[in-house]
Design a protein around this ligand. Structure first.
Ligand SMILES: Cc1cc2nc3c(=O)[nH]c(=O)nc-3n(C[C@H](O)[C@H](O)[C@H](O)COP(=O)(O)O)c2cc1C
Length: 394
């Protein structure tokens, strides 16, 4: 196995995943890698791309290809944005700032999770690129209003509201790894699970030097920043409903992105919220197992929206060809979570840059092989989907 993210043997996201597994304690690696319940949808999110075949135009020589696109009026150097991933400081010191810096250097946007371990001001200051803020209502409306005001003042340019988290999903790996016990602060309960941490001394030293991660600095409750152990209950007590989107939009006063749309019906509902952009997402399958993979529902959402909003897609993107397939089926751009989180865990900012670099190189090569000059020129004629997909639009 290669030893670093810059090794020539790191050729794809799966290689970064292996490096992340080697560096992180099991509970941290499984937090990135795992999904909900039996992880059926988690596997499907990636596998579904195999169902879509590419249809190249031969004997077309595109010497250079144009990967640029724009989302919410912002020009990006490639149609891949970095998604909200909570607790990045568990993967790398000041992980959120390292990821935002890499995104900006690559000419794309970074979306900061409410469940960040780094102050939002520091994350924004770290990048020259666009930064969006992802909102959970943890702690209630007043706490959220305070954070939204801070995000606005810091220069975040869009607010991403995640609507698929009424409760935390059942992540079985967390139970097996003793996450609850490790957060309990009770030495006897922690004891059976500390081996995984002691087995990764380099990670542990870096984690402790970074101050550990026990509180969320962007969820400021009356008693101070929210403790890490309270996440599940906080999500459940303050789940976002359609009715909330009105006051959130008003408080923000800028473009709102709704993340977690999964059916044509919900996509139509977003029109009333005046959202600028929607994300077809099943939350990396960390929530509800048994849903259809997002690529599978993208055509029904695209048909229902009829160009009224920009449609983004996430889940399961590991290769540039996955990005191409999603764009051919109507996504304006895609978002990636694990693809860069593995890179971050494997090598910090450099690892994130490597993940983006791999996807960028894949995209260039795939477009050239397809005989397509730009991502803007991609359309349904470059792919073939199984016949039964077409008869299922609602
Ligand atoms: C470790 C981890 C943490 C996540 N944290 C958040 C979060 O705080 N807020 C959110 O809206 N989505 C969160 N997500 C979901 C991602 O934003 C995204 O929907 C998902 O990772 C996309 O799938 P992919 O990982 O296959 O690219 C998280 C995903 C992972 C893997």
């Amino acid at each position: 196995m290669p030893r670093s993210v810059t090794s020539a043997q790191v050729v794809n996201v799966a290689d970064l995943r292996l490096l992340a597994r080697r560096r992180l304690p099991r509970m941290a690696f499984d937090y990135i890698d795992g999904g909900a319940d039996a992880e059926v949808t988690l596997r499907e999110n990636c596998r579904v791309y195999d169902d879509v075949a590419l249809r190249p135009r031969s004997a077309v020589v595109a010497k250079s290809v144009d990967l640029r696109t724009s989302v919410l009026g912002t020009e990006l150097s490639l149609p891949v944005l970095l998604e909200p991933v909570g607790s990045c400081r568990l993967f790398w010191p000041r992980g959120e700032a390292a990821a935002s810096r890499a995104a900006g250097a690559a000419g794309t946007a970074y979306i900061l999770s409410t469940l960040s371990g780094t102050r939002l001001e520091e994350v924004k200051a770290a990048t020259a690129g666009p930064c969006w803020y992802q909102l959970y209502l943890c702690g209630g409306r007043d706490v959220a209003l305070g954070t939204v005001a801070r995000a606005k003042a810091a220069g975040f340019s869009a607010l991403v509201v995640t609507i698929d988290t009424p409760v935390a999903g059942l992540r079985e790996r967390d139970f097996r790894n003793g996450v609850k016990e490790l957060l309990s602060n009770r030495p006897l309960a922690m004891l059976p699970f500390v081996w995984q941490i002691l087995a990764r001394p380099r990670w542990l030293a870096a984690f402790l030097a970074d101050g550990g991660l026990m509180r969320f600095p962007n969820i400021v409750l009356k008693e101070g920043p929210m403790p890490y152990a309270d996440v599940g209950a906080a999500l459940e007590q303050s789940a976002t409903c359609w009715e909330d989107l009105g006051w959130i939009r008003e408080a923000w006063g800028g473009p709102v992105v709704i993340k977690g749309v999964h059916t044509a019906d919900d996509a139509r509902k977003t029109v009333d919220t005046k959202a600028s952009t929607i994300v077809v997402s099943n939350h990396g399958e960390q929530q509800l197992d048994g849903m259809a993979p997002t690529l599978r529902v993208l055509p029904e959402v695209v048909a229902a929206m009829d160009n009224r909003v920009e449609i983004l897609l996430d889940d399961g993107i590991r290769h540039g060809s996955d990005v191409v397939k999603a764009l051919c089926l109507g996504a304006r751009a895609v978002l990636v979570g694990r693809a860069y989180a593995y890179g971050l865990a494997a090598g910090g900012e450099e690892g994130v840059a490597r993940a983006i670099g791999i996807l960028r190189a894949d995209l260039v090569r795939t477009l050239k092989l397809l005989g397509c000059p730009s991502v803007a020129a991609l359309d349904a004629s470059y792919v073939a989907v199984p016949p039964h997909w077409q008869s299922e639009s609602r």
